[in-house]
Design a protein around this ligand. Structure first.
Ligand code: CTP
Ligand code: MG
Length: 235
């Protein structure tokens, strides 16, 4: 069967500050989304990329895909997104044709993920894991807190999970298609990644090594880092 990548790109990018939707903002002159599309299409295993565009921006995204050089061997689809990332991913899954049996879900906001990470995720799904996440150890210690007793008061710390056993999770996350579709049909409630929905089904989720360059562009400082990484690649 084929491997497809769904790229949720429908977010506003509130934390990045005012401007165009985050995925359409430029990194070294090229929209972040185009970098992310190229990162998926760089894998020879990926034969279809489904971009989930801002709800009112599907035509603009189609035009962008037409004007930027992309591999001939890859097919592209554009669908409009929804109010939450989860809903956007669901619309992307709904657009997949028959014959796709492995699905990657990749944030447009992670434009610089190296192809070796993409291939490692696909490989682990091919080896039989229903869900695979690339992840890195944490640099910071993490505290669990409770809400402050009243606004303006400090938050009480309730626990410190053992850092060595924590992982910061990235994308692309890779799935057996049927498992991910079932997760999206079954699991409700707020989730921040796709693998957690598969966990809630009780299915096995495994980790492969992530990559520093797969970081998510979230805040303005991340744009500085992303452009520095691109400059280093060109040097
Ligand atoms: N996303 C989406 N549809 C939404 C919300 C988010 O497709 N309704 C996508 C974003 O475009 C992004 C990815 O999910 O590629 C990860 O989300 P995040 O980094 O939070 O992006 P935004 O939601 O755009 O940013 P913010 O939360 O700061 O507004
Ligand atoms: Mg968001």
């Amino acid at each position: 069967g084929r491997t497809a990548a769904v790229i949720p790109a429908a977010g506003r990018g509130v934390r990045l500050g005012p401007g165009a939707p985050k995925a359409l903002r430029a990194l070294n002159g090229t929209p972040m989304l185009i970098h992310a599309v190229r990162a998926m299409a760089a894998s020879r295993a990926v034969s279809l990329v489904v971009v989930v565009a801002p709800p009112d921006g599907a035509a603009e995204v189609k035009a962008l895909l037409d004007t930027h050089a992309l591999p001939e061997r890859t097919d592209f689809l554009v669908v409009p997104g929804g109010d939450s990332r989860q809903e956007s991913v669901k619309y992307g899954l709904d657009a997949l044709p028959p014959g796709v049996d492995i699905v990657l879900v990749h944030d447009a906001a992670r434009p610089l993920v190296p192809v070796d990470t993409v291939d490692a995720v696909i490989e682990a799904v091919r080896d039989g894991a229903p869900a695979v996440v690339p992840a890195l150890p944490l640099a910071d210690t993490v505290k669990q807190v409770e809400p402050a007793s009243e606004p303006g008061m400090p938050e009480p710390v309730v626990a410190t999970p053992e850092r060595a056993r924590l992982r910061a999770v990235q994308t692309p996350q890779g799935f057996d298609r049927a498992t991910l579709v079932r997760a999206h049909e079954t699991v409700t409630g707020n989730v921040t990644d796709d693998a957690s929905m598969v966990e809630q089904l009780g299915e096995r989720v495994v980790v492969v090594p992530g990559h520093e360059e797969a970081f998510k562009v979230t805040r303005p400082l991340d744009l500085v880092l992303a452009e520095a990484v691109l400059a280093r690649r060109r040097a």
